[in-house]
Write a protein that binds this ligand. Sequence first.
Ligand SMILES: [Zn+2]
Length: 256
Amino acid sequence: MDVYAHIRTLAEREELGHAFLITGPDPAEREKLGLFCAQALLCEGEGSRPCGRCLACRKAEKGIHPDLLRRERLPDSQVFKVDQVREMSAEAYILPNEGKRKVFLLPEADTMNIQAQNALLKLLEEPPAYAAFLLLGANPGAFLPTIKSRCVSLRAGGSASEGGDPEAAKLAEAWIGRNGPALAALTFRAEKLDKLKFDQLLEGLYAAAGLRAKAGGPQRDRALELTELTEKLRSMRKYNVSPGLCMGLLLSTVEN
Ligand SMILES: [Zn+2]
């Protein structure tokens, strides 16, 4: 079933719940689906929800609904901080302004570190009845299994496989294992990708490194180092640094 139809069905059965994990390679698709969920939660229209026409739906679309709260990581930080989660938790206990629900939309929930995710987990375990949380991120692999188990998982657009990107997994293995020749070949291939595909590869690399870190073992620190490095590459891409330079940096950290 289409993911949008799925949400309508849940709304109809009053089974929307209070936590959604919205993942997919395209930020615009994630936002679109996130907004749709928020509208389904806040809609005051008759019939199928979201109606798209009532005041609540229109306010949500314009970004001016007082009970739809966007929480993003701070501009000076690579990660969504644990303090921000605690702040959000305190806010969640303040009753909604207009609607029956209070919805928190987190467009970069996948930048939460383990500490922040654990704080979020507490909130998801015992949320106020009216509160709802929409967690958006490129890859489900970036979230703790305990978080995932409390969320309705929704896939936004794209056709990237759930199992992760095999090319990104190889890249992660080569970097973690300090395999210079393999890394050289993989980064050479990655540089040739178009920008969208390259950014998807970085998302995949971030997720693959996160999975390796969570798996523990002797290479855990090395995997954590790779998640930090990949975060750096992702922010470089926001300033349009070329794939070639990004991959050059990745390679140089292993060769020397
Ligand atoms: Zn509506």
